[in-house]
Design a protein around this ligand. Structure first.
Ligand SMILES: Nc1ncnc2c1ncn2[C@@H]1O[C@H](COP(=O)(O)OP(=O)(O)OP(=O)(O)O)[C@@H](O)[C@H]1O
Ligand SMILES: [Mg+2]
Length: 218
């Protein structure tokens, strides 16, 4: 196949009559942090859902981690190694407390309890939210939930990150912390954001989604 960690080849996707992606190509290579912007409704979130197989393209091919992905079984293989931060934190969080939510992924990967506890403590502290551990997830504010959602993704130590507006709703200090963390990670990532400053700080390359295709930004 190819060296790309994620590759979309001529992917077309429609919701009914509405074409959202139109023969869209995308390559994400090792070590790259691709910043993706585009107007509201241009299809950024849809593009991420196609990469992880939550929806299937009408036409075109999806390659992730060295293999073409077509069927549910193909996508099941990548749901651990591909860390997806949903645009809406409520889609990500479902456990009673923050610590349980962050522990869920690593437990599911089969890590022993002691190691999970270490990962949870380390991830929360990295994000500056160690004091959230025992809080009730659904009672958190929007920004607090955002940070916990990021923690749940980072705690999985994925091979590639798909982040849908990670800093939406975060204050300046929290945005800075998240930016520093992302900059320090070796993994390839696709970072959807409307925040140009964040993209210029973090992304190694940026593109805009326009009329169903990616247009490189210079
Ligand atoms: N489940 C759905 N059914 C029908 N249309 C949908 C559905 N989800 C999204 N759409 C439409 O597809 C288009 C692309 O939506 P998408 O959420 O991918 O945009 P986006 O670029 O992520 O926007 P935003 O910047 O607001 O997050 C929009 O016009 C939206 O209305
Ligand atoms: Mg979106």
């Amino acid at each position: 196949m190819n060296d790309a960690i994620v590759r979309l080849e001529k992917v077309t996707f429609r919701y009914g009559e509405r074409t959202v992606l139109d023969a869209c190509d995308l390559d994400l290579c090792a070590g790259e942090r691709l910043g993706l912007s585009g107007a509201n409704g241009s299809g950024k979130t849809t593009l991420l859902t196609l990469i992880v197989g939550l929806q299937r393209p009408g036409q075109g091919r999806v390659f992730v981690l060295g293999k073409q992905r077509r069927e549910e079984a193909d996508f099941r293989e990548i749901r651990g190694p591909v860390g997806m931060l949903f645009q809406d934190s409520d889609d990500q969080l479902f456990s009673p407390t923050v610590a349980e939510d962050v522990a869920f992924g690593p437990f599911n990967l089969g890590k022993p309890r002691a190691e999970v506890e270490t990962v949870v403590a380390r991830t929360l502290s990295q994000l500056g939210i160690e004091d959230y551990a025992d809080r009730v997830t659904y009672k958190l504010s929007g920004g607090e939930k955002r940070l916990v959602a990021i923690a749940t993704v980072l705690a999985m130590e994925p091979e590639v990150l798909l982040l849908d507006e990670p800093t939406a709703g975060l204050d300046e200090a929290a945005t800075d912390r998240v930016a520093e963390i992302l900059l320090g990670l070796p993994q390839a990532m696709l970072l959807v954001s409307h925040d140009r400053e964040l993209l210029s700080r973090i992304a190694t390359r940026t593109a805009r989604l326009e009329k169903g295709r990616l247009v490189p930004m210079v």
